[in-house]
Every structure is written in structure tokens, then in C-alpha cells.
Design a protein around this ligand. Structure first.
Ligand SMILES: [Zn+2]
Length: 480
């Protein structure tokens, strides 16, 4: 503590923090020595105390101004005790004076001094908290706004933090002298703190606006909105906000105007998007039997290599792309969300028109090709011999080239049947000619019936044997 310091220096520091009101107060004659006990003055609580700056200098200055009394030497503990008795036990200053052997005037002064000291301590704590809060918010703004706070600003806040983290007016005075080159320097630090505190108080709003704008995507035709967004980004730069924190209300107003127009555009887009995708979804549902028929046809290896194998994957993808969103109307967009919180649809998202077109065309092509394969003459003839009603239907389908009907009649049983029909016949050698030769080395004209009969018998034997060797398969005989 620098108690030997002339009080005029102390008052200069204090007046630097207090503005014109205290200058007037300080124009009175000051003592040559620092006060053993400050003079009692009555303080009224100033308006706008929220950040604790305005009360602090006024308290100190008035205490300092009031430092002309050399007596009495009342210890701080006794002063606190008098204030406690006065406030909590209701003892009046005359009662305390009488009981403790002091004069009433002294008791009154000491109680008031203690009261002011308490207010001062509270305000210093508040201010220390404010500086800390400002520092935290500036760090946050540096990261989120991708800017940098100048070193001078950090220095000023650091000095002020060390000055206000003190207890009592004498400590405060010592710290101010140690940290600040002049009363003017301290006044500048406090002005800086006052300016930054207004930015600090709106930090959550600034970050919310920044986050909103960062998540907004605009289409190319949204020129006016795009320009406003650029302007907002410009005004949200940290250096701009640090230099002009008072512009925040106008930035906020521009943001509200931007948001109201953006919301209208987004809500209309959300509605149009899902109206269109619901019709795509219907087309997909209609295409499902065709896709299933293709899968079954592809399983018939006799028809050739499978076709359109990528279509099943595309179908799944398109189903996911056309999933409906349950949100409707203005509920789609919560107040601080730039996209629907359920589906996260962006303004630039478009329904999968091209993919839908490609998928449906691909499916159609694959089915047509499989159909052509099935329509081959040989197959038609074989199928036409069957009396099975489903096969009749199948033949008709092929003849009329009705693809959707083809999809309806195709099932696993029919596929199995077709596999059987299309399977290559098993060829078995059979000594038909050699046996005829053994039996009839020479054939007379009258033996025609006998030879034909023998031929039929041998053929039946041959087929029976071939079928026994190839159960369930189509067989043919190679006569030897
Ligand atoms: Zn949605």
C-alpha cells in the first residue's frame, strides 16, 4: 500500500473513472496526506448499475474527497460490528455511541463508511465478473467469427481485471497506480470495457445469426437474398463489431428482414418438393411388379445373361429420396432453424427427376428385352401345346406384348416350368439301326408293317432307357 502517496494523485485516478460529476466534487480543497479514515458521504445508487462501472468511481471519489478527518481511529472490525448492530439488531447510532463510549457523530460516520465499503466491494466483484465475461465472449467470437481481437484490447482488459480484482478502496487505488500509467489510461480502459460489454451482452444473438446464415443455402435465382446475406456476413465480421458495437440493432433488423423472406421461400420450396416426390413415389409403387418380374426372369438362366441388375439398388435409393416429410405448414421451420429439422431439406435440393426417368426407362428396356427373348418361336410353340390355363395366359401375354400383364402372371412355379422347357435336351446314343440290321438283314416288300412296328418298339425302349438315365429331363436319342 502506498499510503505516503499524496491524496491528489489518488483523486486523479479516481476522477479519471468517474467523469464530469466527480470532477466537480473533486474541485474542493484536498488534504496533503492520504486518509486514515475516509469522510462519510451519502451515496445514492446510480441508474444503469448492471455492469458495475458507474457506481464504482463515484463511491471511491467521494470517499477520497471525504478524507479530511484525522479522527477517530476506529478499527475496521469495530466498524463492521456497528453496521451489523445497526442493521440487524436495530440499534441506533446514539444507542451504540452511548454503549461503546463514542460520540454519536463518529458512530454515524463509521457506519456509513462501512456501508459504502460494502457497496464498493460488491461493485468491484460485479465489474471483475463483467470483465471475465467479456474476455470469454471475445474468445468465443474470435473462433466463431474467424477474426482476431487486437492485442491492445486484451491488454486493456487484463489491466482492468487486475485493478478491479481488489478488496476495498485503498487496494483499488494501489492496483490502479500499479497497472495504469495515468488516470487517463485507466479511464480509457474503462471506456473500452463499457464499449465491449455491449458487444459481450449480445454475443449469443450474434452467434445465433452467424450460425443461421452459415447453414442457409440459396438457389441461383435468389439474388436479392444472396446480396443481403453477403451484407450481413460483412457486418458480422469481428473487427466491424468491435469498432462499432452500436450497429448491432441495425444488423439484427436486417437479419430479421432477410429471415422473413427466406422463410417464405423455404416453406414454398418444402411444399413443392414433397408434392412432386409424392408423385414419384407413386410411380415407384407402380413399377414394383415390373421390377419383381424382371428379377424372376433374370433367374431363368436359359434366357441369357440377367438384365438391369442395377435397377433394384436404384429403386431402393429412389424410395429413400422420395420419403415424405411429416412436417406441414409453418411448423416446418422453427424460429432459429434455416432448414426443416425433420428432413433437413435444403433450398437447393431438387426432387430426383432425372434418376426417376432413368430408372423407369431402364426397367422398361430390360423387361422388353426379356420379353423378346421369351417370344422366340420355339418357346411359343412348346408352350402352346400345354393345356395349363396359366400357360395359355402366358402365351396371350407374349402375343399381345403386354408387359404389365407379363409381370402379373410371372411366379416361381411358372419360372420353374419355363426352366424345364428351356433346358437343353439330354441326348443319349441308342443302337436303333444296328438292331434293325441284326433283325432284318434284308427286307422284303411284304415286311413293311413288321419293320415299322419293330422300329416303334425299339424307339419306345430307347426313350424309356434315356429317361431312366435322365430323370425329369427332356431327352432325345442319337440313333446308331
Ligand atoms: Zn421437412
Amino acid at each position: 500500500m502506498k499510503r505516503a502517496q499524496p491524496i491528489t494523485a489518488a483523486t486523479r485516478f479516481i476522477s479519471a473513472t468517474s467523469g464530469p460529476i466527480c470532477h466537480q466534487t473533486l474541485s474542493t480543497q484536498l488534504p496533503k496526506k492520504p486518509p486514515a479514515q475516509p469522510k462519510v458521504i451519502v451515496l445514492s445508487r446510480p441508474v444503469g448499475i448492471t455492469i458495475g462501472i458507474s457506481l464504482l468511481p463515484m463511491s471511491l471519489s467521494k470517499i477520497a474527497v471525504a478524507s479530511r478527518i484525522k479522527k477517530p481511529a476506529v478499527r475496521p472490525e469495530l466498524r463492521r460490528e456497528w453496521l451489523r448492530r445497526n442493521e440487524t439488531e436495530g440499534e441506533s447510532p446514539p444507542e451504540i455511541a452511548k454503549q461503546d463510549g463514542y460520540d454519536v457523530r463518529t458512530v454515524r460516520k463509521q457506519i456509513e463508511i462501512e456501508r459504502q465499503e460494502r457497496v464498493l466491494t460488491g461493485e468491484l466483484e460485479n465489474l471483475a465478473g463483467t470483465v471475465e465475461h467479456i474476455e470469454e465472449n471475445l474468445r468465443l467470437l474470435e473462433v466463431r467469427l474467424e477474426g482476431a481481437v487486437e492485442g491492445e484490447v486484451w491488454d486493456g482488459l487484463g489491466r482492468l481485471a487486475r485493478v478491479v480484482r481488489t478488496k476495498g478502496h485503498l487496494d483499488y487505488y494501489d492496483a490502479a497506480q500499479r497497472e495504469c500509467a495515468s488516470p487517463q489510461a485507466l479511464a480509457e480502459d474503462i471506456t473500452l470495457c463499457r464499449r465491449l460489454s455491449s458487444l459481450s451482452e449480445v454475443t449469443p444473438e450474434v452467434l445465433a445469426v452467424k450460425s443461421y446464415l452459415d447453414r442457409v443455402t440459396l438457389r441461383e435465382n435468389e439474388g436479392e437474398l444472396a446480396m443481403d446475406r453477403v451484407s450481413l456476413h460483412e457486418q458480422l465480421k469481428l473487427e466491424n463489431l468491435l469498432a462499432n458495437p452500436h450497429v448491432w440493432p441495425s444488423v439484427e433488423a436486417l437479419f430479421d428482414w432477410f429471415k422473413s423472406r427466406y422463410r417464405a421461400v423455404y416453406l414454398a420450396h418444402h411444399q413443392d418438393y414433397y408434392r412432386e416426390t409424392s408423385s414419384h413415389r407413386l410411380s415407384l409403387e407402380n413399377a414394383k411388379p415390373g421390377l419383381e418380374a424382371l428379377r424372376r426372369l433374370n433367374s431363368i438362366t436359359e434366357l441369357g445373361a440377367p438384365l438391369g441388375q442395377e435397377l433394384a439398388g436404384e429403386y431402393k435409393y429412389l424410395l429413400s429420396k422420395t420419403r415424405p416429410c411429416p412436417e406441414k405448414g409453418s411448423e416446418v421451420l422453427p424460429e432459429l432453424e434455416p432448414v426443416c429439422s425433420t428432413c433437413s431439406l435444403s433450398l437447393t435440393d431438387e426432387p430426383p427427376r432425372d434418376e426417376m426417368e432413368r430408372f423407369l426407362a431402364g426397367l422398361r428396356r430390360a423387361l422388353e428385352q426379356q420379353h423378346r427373348r421369351l417370344s422366340a418361336q420355339a418357346i411359343r410353340q412348346i408352350l402352346a401345346q400345354s393345356e395349363d390355363s396359366r400357360i395359355d395366359q402366358f402365351i396371350k401375354v407374349i402375343q399381345t406384348s403386354d408387359l404389365s400383364s407379363l409381370a402379373n402372371v410371372m411366379d416361381d412355379e411358372l419360372v420353374e416350368f419355363l426352366c424345364y422347357l428351356l433346358a437343353e435336351a439330354c441326348t443319349e446314343p441308342f443302337p436303333l439301326l444296328s438292331r434293325i440290321r441284326e433283325r432284318f438283314s434284308l427286307i422284303e416288300e411284304g415286311q413293311t408293317e413288321e419293320v415299322v412296328s419293330e422300329f416303334r418298339t425299339l424307339l419306345e425302349e430307347g426313350f424309356a432307357e434315356a429317361k431312366r438315365r435322365n430323370p425329369g429331363k427332356r431327352v432325345q436319342i442319337s440313333p446308331e
